[in-house]
Design a protein around this ligand. Structure first.
Ligand code: GDP
Ligand code: MN
Length: 382
């Protein structure tokens, strides 16, 4: 889950990262009140989940509350880089002397978190990594030991930070690390990390991504959920289903990612195209099957559904009950072919047969039936 700048800043500040004083507003009038409370020059920042807002006109320095109202109104009434702006962050403007970059991310190859720093902050860091890789320093972190002060000192030296700032840089980097750990973040970055004219360090912009698989441990982050999430995305997140929409017309519902890929292959072998990749996961209970079928059937291109379940921990009778219930609720207009083998398969088949649903003996046969059913119907999409 990507977090907005103001949300990321709250999580970072809770662990001691210095951030500018400010608040988020949903209306221009609320923005004015915040600006008046802060006094002096402020910055109005569009809250959208995309970088490069500055260049796109989403970050504006304002001298007066009247200007704040105008800019907030403008930002809140039109999309920025194609995304609706629901909130603006109004902060006391920072007097920036230098812009640095400081970020924590996962290095999959090293199988650990890395702390990265660059003296070329404020700009697109991927671009810096490409054009001037030497300007980006990375320190891999041992997951058992965590971030040690000597590692931060090395970065401070590489950045040519004045020695007077080293202690503050050290506590800031540790606070960044602690916040990322505490929130199960896969990314936590401060860009720019400003050295102010007064000689302080300040996180002027922040971005965090929280690992979706760890969200269950963070009920306090529930209110951070994106209101622009689509109904399908919400169902997916709440039910723990992985769903990727594809271009074909044969929908699949499978337990396990590997089996889902094999199912897609066999559909292709028979000349069909999968409409989605859907993994209901291990040990899927009745409710999750109902949700999965609802998700599949929201796609108007679906011409046939192939359900392929290999019962291990997942019990076929439980899945069968979910299928019967889901079909009763969703009343699909397309043929459904079910292949169900493994734990409790006899009971599962009996439940399906009682509901007048037909099963296929093998995946090969199931895919063949699904492709044939699709061809019997609408043919224009493939
Ligand atoms: P981004 O473009 O989405 O990354 O948004 P940022 O918050 O990083 O802002 C972009 C740039 O605007 C920064 O790199 C700064 O140069 C500038 N900026 C943002 N906030 C302030 C501020 O409070 N004071 C000053 N002087 N510049 C700012
Ligand atoms: Mn930025």
């Amino acid at each position: 889950m990507k977090l907005h700048e103001y949300q990321s800043k709250r999580l970072l500040a809770a662990h001691g990262v210095p951030i500018p004083k400010g608040e988020v507003a949903e209306t221009a009038e609320a923005a004015r009140a915040i600006a008046e409370g802060l006094g002096g020059q402020v910055v109005v920042k569009a809250q959208v989940l995309i970088g490069g807002r500055g260049r796109a006109g989403g970050i504006i320095l304002c001298e007066t509350p009247a200007q704040v109202v105008r800019e907030a109104l403008r930002l809140l009434s039109s999309p920025l880089k194609g995304l609706a702006v629901r909130q603006v962050l109004v902060e006391r403007a920072a007097d920036i002397a230098t812009e640095l970059y400081l970020g924590l991310t996962v290095d999959r190859r090293a199988q650990r978190m890395v702390l990265m720093a660059s003296s070329e902050g404020g700009v697109d860091i991927e671009e810096t990594a490409r054009a001037h890789p030497e300007a980006l320093r990375a320190v891999p972190l041992d997951p058992l030991i965590g971030l040690r002060p000597y590692q931060v000192t090395r970065l401070a030296e590489a950045l040519r930070l004045p020695r007077t700032l080293w202690p503050r840089f050290n506590s800031l980097a540790l606070a960044l690390y602690q916040s990322a750990q505490a929130n199960d973040a896969t990314l936590a970055e401060i860009n720019p990390l400003a050295v102010t004219a007064e000689g302080d360090l300040l996180a002027v912009d922040a971005k965090m991504i929280v690992d979706d698989s760890a969200l269950f441990r963070h009920p306090e982050l529930r209110s951070f959920t994106d209101p622009d999430e689509t109904p399908v995305e919400r169902l997916e997140r709440e039910a723990g289903i992985s769903y990727v929409k594809l271009k074909g017309r044969i929908a699949c519902m499978v337990n396990g990612a590997g089996l889902a890929m094999a199912t897609m292959d066999v559909i292709k072998l028979h000349g069909g195209e999968p409409a989605d990749f859907l993994d209901i996961g291990g040990g899927a209970r009745e409710e999750r099957v109902v949700t999965a079928l609802r998700i599949i059937l929201t796609d108007p291109d679906v011409a046939a559904v192939l359900i392929n379940i290999f019962g291990g921990i997942t019990r076929c009778d439980e899945v069968a009950r979910g299928i019967v219930k889901a079909i009763a609720q969703a009343k699909p207009q397309v043929p459904i072919i079910i292949r169900l083998v493994g734990t409790n398969e006899t009971e599962g088949r009996r439940i399906l047969e009682e509901a007048h649903l037909s099963t296929a003996p093998t995946l090969y046969e199931g895919a063949r039936l699904a492709v044939a059913a699709r061809k019997g119907g609408n043919e224009h999409l493939g």
